[in-house]
Design a protein around this ligand. Structure first.
Ligand code: COA
Length: 163
């Protein structure tokens, strides 16, 4: 019997992915595209991460879905490897987050981002940060950019027909 052919797929992150997740985040954080994260944070939050793995076993993209408060979730640390961009991987990762968020009962999903146009293609709308007080008084106040955050908040209500 022939071995099952592997395909590109999204899967739960494992411990053995943590350093590659760190490398991908660092690469884009150094270019100012998202906030940096430490290895400790990645280990603590490992269960929030999924990875997009190629048929040959290479990690081409990552994202994490964080629960912030009752009904509120955040898409974090979305990155796609430079040589794998514009192939729909980012979209697939965010769609995966939306699906998981619906499964666990998150009603309002947001991201803080420098690429609101990308999220707009997935139905997210620009949102006033004041509508996300649990995020601001939880994580943002500890961020080195606070209170001069230059990221745009975008969000989607998952009970909307379009979500
Ligand atoms: C932003 C990012 C995740 C997009 O991933 P990707 O796999 O290249 O994007 P996709 O191929 O899934 O693109 C989906 C759609 O968004 C559009 N898009 C992608 N990047 C975009 C950008 N920077 N600005 C506007 N639109 C963008 C694509 O043109 C595509 O449109 P289409 O559906 O009409 O064809 C990726 O470019 C990346 O990792 N960038 C560096 C890190 C970063 O900015 N992360 C976001 C932090 S919130």
């Amino acid at each position: 019997m022939s071995a099952k052919k592997k395909r590109n797929h999204i899967r739960q992150a494992k411990m053995s992915d943590a350093k590659e997740i760190l490398r991908l985040i660092r690469y884009w954080a150094e270019k100012g595209k998202l906030l940096p994260r430490g290895l400790n944070d990645i280990y603590e939050r490992l269960r929030d991460f999924v990875v997009y793995e190629s048929a040959s076993g290479k990690i081409l993209g990552i994202v994490s879905l964080a629960v912030i408060w009752e009904n509120l979730g955040e898409v974090r640390s979305l990155v796609v490897a430079e040589d794998a961009q514009s192939k729909g991987i980012g979209k697939a990762l965010v769609r995966h987050c939306v699906k998981t968020a619906k499964t666990v009962g998150i009603k309002h999903l947001f991201a803080l981002t420098y690429v609101p146009e990308f999220f707009a293609k997935l139905g997210f709308k620009e949102t006033d940060k004041q509508e996300l007080p649990q995020k601001i008084w939880g994580d943002c106040v500890r961020c080195y950019k606070f209170p001069d955050c230059d990221e745009t908040a975008v969000s989607i209500w998952l009970d909307d027909e379009s979500a």
